[in-house]
Design a protein around this ligand. Structure first.
Ligand code: NAD
Length: 497
């Protein structure tokens, strides 16, 4: 394998990427196979990347391990590392046209969606981790049974990050941010559906000041992902993706006694209370279910409505959902993009058919929109008459499908919200904020919104139950990339302060 002098400029604006970006340099891949990337909006090929193999992963991990042992990054002060993250956030904003171009091409998302659902929260978490690193108690004296102990926090080592395709910019920031803030090396494996933006982002982090060797990207699929999990020099796996894959990865990490954190699927419930101010909340309520075409782990896809206001709320939801018109990224009227692949669209359509077969009523039955035949589009669908035992209420569809479930009492609504294998997000819609907080405390999910839903960069994000293990964002997110070490001082010793 040889390092090449491929100019970074060849990448910008173009999806044809011959090499891998390993440790801050372009490197010819060992793998001879490639992943061709097609636009879900038009069906055109928009790029091609190496399909990295186990040898490529080994090269990336070796670079990361050497950099870690050298101390070139972990020995910097937290403030120095924080400054690099803040600079990376600035550069992402400066280069947003290039990044957005690649993401729009590979996932069909509109520039507005990339800006609001990926760039804003992505740069937000980088700032959040920079703040967390500066405020964190890296060393702490404690007085215990034997006298004084010095508790120090150290970076966990070399991190393998495996991510999904649905919000690549945000997910990359949420893996690189905490790993780098902690002082770790990191090898990122993006999803095979959306690999194009990852190398540009890695270049940006290098330009921001991440030293050679610390950060690598191995584009690839299952082989590269498995090789990262199995690699003996990878100290931690951080995974964002489906619960099915997460379960397999966690089992292997268990066997290997490798640290592992998991961000996985969801089936979140929006509880609409009888005092909701509908006109001021309806757009956000529907948006929370349809955001990113429903391809969001936190989408509020079960909407629980009081039977006393059921028809009024459903009518408003349907009228609002009709305004979410699908279209290609450049179309100024488009409010929804395509589904990521034809296979995933078929899965969404199968769920819609199952909903009907199990007795739910499609009061809005979007189907495939006219005139968009070359992409994988599905317009919004809203089901009523859904009971919480139906497949469409239990399984994550990952498409623009909302299930409305009627309830009689608030206790019943809370019980329905909690009757799920998942516990990632949720929301309550009410004019009484104190009542909303009381309900939020009774729903077993990692995050919750009152009259909206969002992920806060400074506060822990993650799942109860099958939605995940561990937390991202803020101090808790940083901590999951650290080991804690206790250094016992001699008996009777006192540092005096
Ligand atoms: P996926 O699980 O199929 O793939 C995710 C990543 O894991 C990809 O990079 C894939 O190549 C890799 N992978 C798959 N199996 C693997 C294995 N056995 N070993 C190693 N790597 C493996 O998920 P997807 O379809 O890309 O993404 C959609 C899912 O991601 C949804 O379930 C969604 O809820 C979830 N998601 C969760 C969050 C969160 O923060 N909780 C955020 C975004 C997406």
């Amino acid at each position: 394998m040889t390092d090449t002098a491929t100019a970074a400029a060849t990448l910008v604006g173009g999806g044809d990427q011959p090499d891998l970006y390993l440790g801050g340099r372009w490197v010819a891949p060992h793998s001879t196979t490639r992943i061709d990337v097609f636009s879900p909006a038009t069906g055109e090929q928009v790029g091609s990347v190496p399909n990295g193999d186990a040898t490529d992963v080994d090269t990336a991990v070796a670079k990361g391990r050497r950099a870690f042992e050298s101390g070139v990054w972990r020995a910097k002060t937290p403030a120095q590392r924080a400054a690099v993250l803040r600079r990376a956030a600035e550069l992402i904003n400066e280069r947003s046209a290039d990044i957005t171009g690649l993401i729009s091409a590979e996932m069909g998302a509109s520039p507005t969606d990339v800006a609001t659902l990926q760039q804003l929260p992505g740069t937000g978490v980088l700032s959040g981790y920079a703040d967390a690193a500066e405020a964190y108690p890296w060393e702490e004296k404690r007085t215990g049974l034997f006298g004084e102990t010095l508790v120090v926090r150290e970076p966990i080592g070399v991190v393998g990050a495996i991510i999904a395709w649905n919000v690549p910019l945000f997910l990359i920031c949420n893996k690189l941010g905490p790993a780098l803030a902690a002082g770790c090396s990191i090898v990122l494996k993006p999803a095979p559906e959306t690999p194009l933006d990852a190398n540009l982002l890695a270049e940006i982090f290098t330009e921001a000041g991440v030293p050679a060797g610390v950060l690598s990207v191995v584009t690839g699929g299952l082989e590269a992902g498995q090789a990262l999990v199995e690699h003996p020099d990878v100290d931690k796996i951080t995974f964002t993706g489906s619960t099915a894959a997460g379960r397999i990865i966690a089992a292997r990490c268990g066997d290997l006694l490798k640290r592992c954190s998991l961000e996985m699927g969801g089936k979140s419930a929006a509880i609409v209370l009888d005092d909701v101010d509908l006109p001021s909340n309806i757009h956000m309520l529907v948006f929370s279910g349809l955001l990113n075409n429903g391809q969001a782990c936190v989408a509020q896809t079960r909407v629980l409505v009081p039977r006393s206001r059921h028809d009024e709320i459903v009518a408003a939801m349907v009228e609002t959902a009709k305004t979410f018109t699908p279209g290609v990224p450049g179309d100024p009227d488009a409010k929804l993009g395509p589904i990521i692949t034809d296979k995933q669209r078929s899965k969404v359509e199968d769920y819609i058919a199952t909903g009907k077969a199990e007795g739910a009523t499609a009061v809005l039955d979007g189907g495939r929109p006219d005139g968009l035949d070359s992409g994988h589009f599905v317009a919004p669908t809203i089901f009523t008459g859904v009971t919480n035992d139906m497949t469409i209420a239990r399984e994550e569809i990952f498409g623009p499908v909302i299930s409305v479930i009627a309830y009689d009492t608030v206790d019943e609504a809370i019980a329905i919200a909690n009757d799920s294998d998942y516990g990632l997000a949720g929301s309550v819609w009410t004019s009484d904020i104190a009542r909303g907080v009381e309900i939020a405390k009774q729903v077993r999910t990692g995050t919750y919104g009152i009259n909206w839903y969002a992920i806060d960069p400074a506060s822990p994000f993650g799942g109860y139950k099958n939605s995940g293990i561990g937390r991202e964002n803020g101090r808790e997110g940083l901590e999951s990339y650290l080991e804690h070490k206790s250094i016992l001082m001699p008996m009777g010793y006192s540092s005096g302060n």
